[in-house]
Design a protein around this ligand. Structure first.
Ligand SMILES: C[S@@+](CC[C@H](N)C(=O)[O-])C[C@H]1O[C@@H](n2cnc3c(N)ncnc32)[C@H](O)[C@@H]1O
Length: 565
């Protein structure tokens, strides 16, 4: 069905990954470009697999399989004894999406019984079997609340039980050059013997927030890697992404057309190369595919005309505009949105395949074409989608934006190749006994007292590095997201549980943080935000590696052996 035109830049790499629930290959395209090598990609959808194969022909095993029945052992039979360094993928998100709330699937019995919500377990079976150094799971923000937070909690808990330190973080795609309001949840697991991975360190923000989002949500997100202040690029607007494409009437355009070089040159002069050439690679595509407008009824078109640029039907109605579509003022107000040229586009979702009414072109009487949606998702122009609009919109909406995946890929590569050496910290405990001694007085400070806030820096560092030394599974960012549930017992093996069980439990179930350590972690975070603690001090990798080394050197003690095994 598809003919591939221009091969993507391929790179040789020593890091090998599996892409589970790979869709049409948005995630893979990005991380391949960062220089990682895909060993196998798996998805149940034959259309997605066709598109993946067409556009990423160098991947040897691109398999159309159901991951609930195709087991890791089956894959191992195919690929042989290759070491897998990373597993990436996004178990389907529809079950969690806020967008689908309307049909009731995000509630009650139907929520829990929806089999798609358990696909993360199949993903973790692959992690358990292949034991990669790290895994990266992408999902919609709705996963945090689904089933009262049950899935969000279980994924993290199960991953910790498999021996991974979990970093769950929200990412804002526009901060990485995606012209879209897309927010996504990443759940990243790293083998607990490795230093800390944090998106704040390895996937730093590169593009400024538009006015609406000036503040970053996480410590360090406005900074470059390792805390260096970096100049941010302006965000990419919708018009920078699509403004060079020829105007279309309703239901017009050819699937395979010529690109207009004159419009292209003008656009390049106005915006420069950063998106057109570096992301869309317009110069590497032989033509323009998928720029075909879809059908809308005359009534919809007249309603489109009533919308100002950047306005939704709800806003238009509030301003006193009368719309023609039949609406009940309490329910159907948000039927249309006309996008704004100079702002971020609304999040591109699979639902776009249904009608496109929330994606009305900023200046024309139509919704976004497949090519425009692909560009907003940062797919290069040479990346081919099928002629069926329905299928294409779905695949595009489901994808991880390749440019964002590339940023993740770069960070992962840097992390795994230890390009950022772990900087020695001081003072570092020499034994678990000393760490407990250093921690004790700080734990004893009553909650809410000013003593923690006024604790001399030397004392705070001693206690904070002791936490890292004693508990390899904790991630400093996790303390922001503890959740509410507390477990009286902990079942992950950590030095802390062996030497000071009275501190190790109870612990928050989602983050794994012992409740008694939370005030200290919050104080460390406050000092980090104020610039009193350095980046490498807050993300105390050296402390975690030191604790791990201590266990390796002291394997004669049974619990140290347990931890390093
Ligand atoms: C969110 S999309 C993944 C998009 C992909 N990461 C990308 O960047 O293009 C989820 C994918 O899971 C696939 N899927 C759903 N159930 C599956 C199953 N049982 N086995 C394998 N794949 C499945 C869907 O077909 C869909 O392509």
């Amino acid at each position: 069905m598809l003919k591939r035109k221009i091969p993507p830049a391929s790179a040789t790499s020593t890091f090998r990954y599996l892409d589970l629930f790979c869709g049409c290959g948005g995630f893979s395209l990005g991380i391949e470009r960062a220089g990682l090598a895909c060993v196998a990609a798996i998805d149940i959808d034959s259309h997605a697999i066709d598109v993946f194969k067409t556009n990423l022909p160098d991947v040897e095993h691109v398999l159309c399989r159901d991951l609930t029945t195709f087991k890791p052992e089956d894959l191992a039979d195919l690929i042989g004894k290759q070491k897998i360094d990373i597993i990436v993928g996004g178990p389907p998100c529809q079950g969690f999406s806020r967008v689908r709330k309307v049909d009731g699937t995000n509630h009650g019995k139907r929520l829990v019984e929806d089999p798609r919500r358990l696909l993360y377990r199949n993903y973790l079976h692959y992690v358990e079997f292949f034991k990669p150094s790290m895994f990266v799971m992408e999902n919609v923000p709705g996963i945090r609340q689904a089933a009262g937070g049950e899935f969000f909690k279980s994924i993290q808990l199960d991953a910790r039980r498999l021996g991974y330190r979990v970093h769950a973080t929200m990412v804002l795609a526009w901060q990485h050059g995606v012209p879209q309001k897309r927010e996504r949840q990443l759940i990243i697991g790293t083998a607990s013997k490795l230093p800390i991975f944090s998106t704040a360190i390895y996937v730093p923000q590169t593009h400024a927030d538009p006015e609406m989002r000036v503040n970053s949500r996480r410590p360090g997100e406005q900074r470059g890697g390792r805390g260096r202040k970096k100049k941010l690029e302006p965000p990419v607007t919708l018009w920078e992404a699509i403004g060079d494409l020829p105007p279309l009437q309703i239901k017009s355009g050819e699937f395979d057309a010529d690109y207009d070089p004159v419009r292209g040159r003008e656009h390049l002069e106005r915006y420069g190369r950063r998106f057109m050439l570096d992301v869309l690679e317009v110069h590497r595509s032989e033509g323009l595919t998928g720029h075909v407008s879809r059908f809308h009824s005359e009534r919809d078109l007249r309603d489109f005309d009533r919308l100002r640029e950047g306005e939704s039907s709800k806003q238009a109605l509030k301003r006193g505009e009368e719309m023609e579509f039949p609406y009940d003022r309490s329910h159907f107000l948000d039927r249309y949105t006309r996008q704004h040229r100079d702002k971020l586009c609304s999040t591109i979702v699979a639902h776009l395949s249904k009608d496109g009414l929330m994606y009305v072109h900023p200046t024309q009487r139509r919704s976004l074409t497949v090519r425009e949606a692909a560009r907003v998702q940062t797919f290069p122009d040479w990346f081919l989608f099928p002629s069926s609009k329905l299928i294409s919109y779905r695949l595009i909406g489901n994808a991880v934006p390749p440019i964002f995946a590339q940023a993740i890929g770069r960070g992962v590569k840097q992390y795994l190749s230890a390009a950022l050496p772990v900087r020695p910290l001081s003072p570092m405990p020499i034994s678990p006994k000393q760490a407990v001694e250093w921690l004790g007085p700080v734990i004893d400070i009553p909650v809410g007292s000013n003593r923690l806030r006024n604790l001399p820096m030397g004392e705070l560092k001693k206690a904070w590095f002791s936490v890292g030394f004693l508990h390899n599974w904790l991630h400093p960012d996790g303390v922001i997201d503890n959740g509410e549930e507390i477990a009286e017992k902990v079942d992950v093996t950590a030095l802390l549980a062996a030497v000071a069980p009275q501190i190790a439990a109870p612990a928050y179930v989602v983050s794994g943080w012992p409740t008694q350590l939370v005030p200290l972690a919050r104080e460390a975070e406050r000092r980090f935000r104020d610039g009193q603690l350095r980046f490498d001090e807050y993300y105390y990798s050296d402390a975690q590696v030191s604790g791990w080394d201590w266990c390796r050197k002291n394997r004669r003690s049974e619990w140290a052996r347990k931890i390093t095994n």
